[in-house]
Design a protein around this ligand. Structure first.
Ligand code: ZN
Length: 323
């Protein structure tokens, strides 16, 4: 039994907000209510409530919300399989994701402009991005922003058919543009806030479920984990590579991108080899004969390698040209 299943049985609907840790869902808390305060990580089958601060695994869930003893909770949890496959879709490619509505795009555009202006007047928030290696030009080119405080948006105003309010956390706003339209918004949550359990990245509900592409796909493609790394690499080497940010190891290209990727001259695979990464790699390796593994020095992410002094332009150049 998964925590999501139990919530569903209780009539509580959870919304997926990101793909980190095998999928992160937000819902009302079965104990104290609210809208999105209850966070569930599917992969680990764990939860955390931002209001009442209850957190734990399945056994603890039974204790917290069904008032049973530890012994009872343990037997309830062990009766049923601990995990159910909620990630069916991750093993296959999706056909074609649905584009956000005109209403969503216009709200997204408004938020991008506001957040970008907030960023440009905050030295501290710019500094965080400069430390990652991004130049002021890149910050402007990619319309990066800063959301000063948690926002609770009305789904109706964004053209979404959902109940309650939707949460956009405080942090750096990372928009992704497709044909100049902002179709995907992500927040890199504030690293200085006390709530350490908050996910690093939160996707704004209703975002386009397509991988973020940077640069000209006729060039060799570098596959990366994060949008920041993709922007950084483009900053240094957009004249000879393009980048795709998966934004989660288990994410896959849709059908069109899949076909484009099969045609491109070379794919450099530069993603982490953590547990999720190994499974992801097998899928990519099986499907693309033009794939070559190209890890940054010390197997850090390119962003981390940059901080340690790696010349990213040279690193990609070698990856493409070395036999
Ligand atoms: Zn609660």
């Amino acid at each position: 039994m998964t925590i999501l299943d139990i919530l569903r049985n209780k009539g509580i609907e959870a919304n997926k907000v990101s793909n980190s840790k095998g999928g992160e869902y937000h819902s009302p808390c079965p104990g104290c209510g609210g809208n999105d305060r209850f966070i569930v990580w599917v992969d680990q089958n764990r939860y955390y409530c931002r209001q009442c601060r209850k957190s734990g695994d399945l056994i603890q869930f039974y204790r917290d919300f069904e008032g049973v003893s530890f012994k009872e909770a343990k037997s309830k949890a062990s009766k049923l399989p601990n995990k159910q496959d909620n990630r069916k879709s991750s093993s296959s490619i999706s056909l074609s994701p649905i584009e956000p509505s005109v209403q969503w795009i216009s709200q997204a555009d408004k938020l991008i402009v506001e957040a970008h202006n907030s960023l440009l007047v905050s030295d501290k928030c710019i500094e965080t991005l400069l430390k990652r290696g991004l130049s002021l030009d890149s910050i402007k080119k990619y319309s990066l922003g800063w959301v000063e405080k948690d926002l609770w948006i009305s789904p109706q105003e964004w053209g979404l058919k959902k109940e309650g309010k939707l949460w956009i956390p405080r942090g750096h706003l990372i928009p992704t543009f497709f044909n100049f339209l902002p179709l995907k918004l992500k927040i890199r949550t504030d690293t200085n806030q006390p709530d350490k359990k908050l996910a690093k990245y939160v996707e704004v509900p209703g975002s386009y479920q397509k991988l973020s592409i940077y640069g000209d796909m006729h060039r060799p493609v570098v596959l990366l984990e994060s949008e920041f790394d993709a922007m950084l690499l483009q900053q240094f080497a957009s004249d000879f590579c393009s980048c795709i940010a998966l934004g989660g190891a288990s994410k896959k290209p849709d059908k069109n991108l899949f076909m484009e990727l099969q045609k491109c001259p070379l794919i450099l695979y530069s993603l982490d080899y953590d547990q999720a990464g190994v499974n992801a790699f097998q899928w990519w390796y099986k499907n693309f004969q033009n794939l070559k593994v190209w890890m940054p020095p010390e197997e850090k992410s390119p962003g981390d390698a940059f901080k340690l002094g790696t010349n990213l332009r040279n690193w990609v150049y070698l990856g493409i040209n070395r036999k």
